[in-house]
Design a binder for this molecule. Structure first.
Ligand code: CA
Length: 228
């Protein structure tokens, strides 16, 4: 689904990989999988995921090496990584290596536990993805109620405008290119003309300017749009 968080699962054991992918999808997230470390690194560079679930023991390039490389590179350092390891002694070693992983789970783990950890990481980077309220100035976006308020007044937004505003409010100040907004709001597999983005940003602006309130969205010439 468009705009849902993308989770990369890196696990070489097919049964475990499938169980994880199935359950993460059932939570409403998008999933891509890799069975080896080098494949994972390629995938991350191609389409950066929102969170990575990374097995320690992988053929060729180990999970630790994948983690280290991703955390060293500026583009990928901010992507949360949850490391999986077979035994707690191994996990102690992983921790001791200071790979920069954001969380650690020991196998055998319960899927429910792993999903809870996943949601914790997502809450940090994409609060709206796990049903929270987002605030920016006098704008309040309630994911649970699926409503937007400005200065206490309820606004009526179309579904696309709602997703656009969600993306903006999750990362205030971030400059989004039209291409990034297309990926995020319309989805990666759908072809939409980039001018469509301008049309919907225009509608969103109009909806937000209740009673002549200030336009919170900034057009960044040659780059795209930003909130604030
Ligand atoms: Ca493994």
């Amino acid at each position: 689904m468009a705009g849902e968080p993308l989770v990369l699962v890196v696990e070489d054991e097919p049964a475990q990989r499938e169980v994880l992918a199935y359950n993460i999808k059932a939570e409403g997230f998008q999933v891509v999988t890799a069975e080896a470390g080098d494949e994972a690194l390629d995938l991350v560079r191609e389409t950066p995921p929102d969170v990575i679930v990374l097995d320690w023991m992988l053929p060729h390039v180990s999970g630790i090496e994948v983690c280290r490389q991703l955390k060293m590179s500026g583009d990928t350092a901010r992507i949360p990584i949850i490391m999986l390891s077979a035994r707690s002694e191994e996990m102690d070693r992983v921790r001791g290596l200071e790979t920069g992983a954001d969380d650690y789970v020991t196998k055998p783990y319960s899927v429910a536990e792993l999903l809870a950890r996943l949601r914790t990481q997502l809450r940090r980077i994409r609060p709206a993805a796990v049903g929270e309220r987002l605030e920016f100035d006098d704008i309040l976006l309630d994911m649970t109620e699926h409503r937007v308020y400005r200065a206490g007044q309820s606004l009526s937004l179309g579904p696309t405008e709602f997703r656009l505003l969600t993306a903006f409010m999750e990362r205030p100040g971030r400059v989004w290119s039209r291409e990034q907004l297309l990926d995020r709001v319309w989805g990666r597999d759908i072809y939409v003309d980039s001018r469509t983005v301008d049309v919907h940003v225009g509608r969103l602006r109009k909806a937000l300017r209740v009673d002549g309130a200030e336009d919170p969205i900034r057009t960044v010439r040659g780059a795209g749009y930003a909130l604030g």
